[in-house]
Write a protein that binds this ligand. Structure first.
Ligand SMILES: Nc1ncnc2c1ncn2[C@@H]1O[C@H](COP(=O)(O)OP(=O)(O)OP(=O)(O)O)[C@@H](O)[C@H]1O
Length: 255
């Protein structure tokens, strides 16, 4: 059984069918891309997968259980985390506090434990600190732990956003344009990092990306959306050579 399966998912805004009969199937460990021209419905699909939008019809199954109708935090608790097209960090908090907040949402001690400072609170806090530092090391941000998030260069803010999503210990990670605004070296490093975290954490990753070198370089399977509909699914080579994709989207870039 697929880990994440999206069945005939559709949503309309007024008269506009933004996503129409979307079908996706991701196994554990898959690294897949969702591409398509501006306005094709990619972010809208992510918004349905994460409970921001309620689909008009269709279903989303994680391990066979429906996510439709759940709130974003409930979906996150089930194991789906995301990053956003426009970075959404707590910009006035430190780098490490951005991660601790994400860990807190999964903390084992309750509010009472935190207020009363019960022993579980202290061991929980220490564990959270250590785990946050471990993640920051992986994302090469450990030397910036005490800096305010807003003071990081853009590429590092993007990495911090992914680290924060990872702190919620997801099984499925959805990345919305992770390389946006990055230079070629940063994009290359990000590709390596995405591959590595997939392997290290056994993650399933679906990413939206306009940077074709990243998509073609890192994804094993690519879904192409156009006007809300999937027009092609395949390996990077399949997609590069698919006439419908070339016509709809890639144009000269693909040749
Ligand atoms: N809340 C909303 N209300 C009305 N229309 C919406 C809403 N959200 C998205 N849309 C429309 O749905 C369509 C798909 O938009 P979406 O942002 O998903 O595209 P996208 O593929 O992510 O594009 P981009 O690559 O530019 O980010 C667009 O026509 C958009 O205007």
């Amino acid at each position: 059984m697929a880990l994440l399966s999206v069945n005939n998912l559709s949503i309309s805004f007024g008269g506009l069918k933004a996503v129409s009969d979307l079908n996706l199937s991701l196994e554990q460990g898959d690294l897949a891309g969702l591409i398509g021209p501006n306005g094709a419905g990619k972010t809208t699909a992510f918004n349905m997968l994460t409970g921001v939008y309620l689909p008009t019809s269709g279903d989303i199954l994680l391990d066979g259980k429906s996510l439709v109708g759940l709130k974003p935090y409930q979906i996150n608790h089930r194991g789906v985390a995301r990053t956003f097209q426009n970075i959404r960090l707590f910009s006035d908090l430190t780098v490490i506090d951005n991660l601790k907040i994400a860990y807190h949402s999964h903390a084992k001690y309750g509010l009472l434990g935190a207020i009363a400072r019960l022993p579980g609170f202290y061991s929980g806090e220490k564990e959270m600190h250590d785990k946050s530092m471990e993640l920051l090391k992986i994302f090469k941000l450990d030397n910036k732990a005490e800096e305010l998030a807003k003071n990081l260069p853009y590429g590092e803010q993007r990495r911090l956003e992914i680290a924060r999503a990872m702190a919620t210990q997801p099984r499925v990670l959805l990345l919305d344009e992770p390389a946006a605004g990055m230079n070629p070296q940063e994009t290359h490093d990000l590709m390596e990092l995405i591959r590595w975290i997939r392997h290290e954490f056994g993650l399933t990753i679906l990413l939206i990306e306009h940077d074709m070198s990243l998509v073609m370089g890192v994804c094993e399977k690519i879904y192409v959306l156009d006007y809300g509909q999937i027009i092609a699914v395949g390996t990077p080579d399949d997609i590069r050579n698919n006439p419908r994709v070339i016509e709809a989207y890639l144009g000269e870039e693909a040749s």
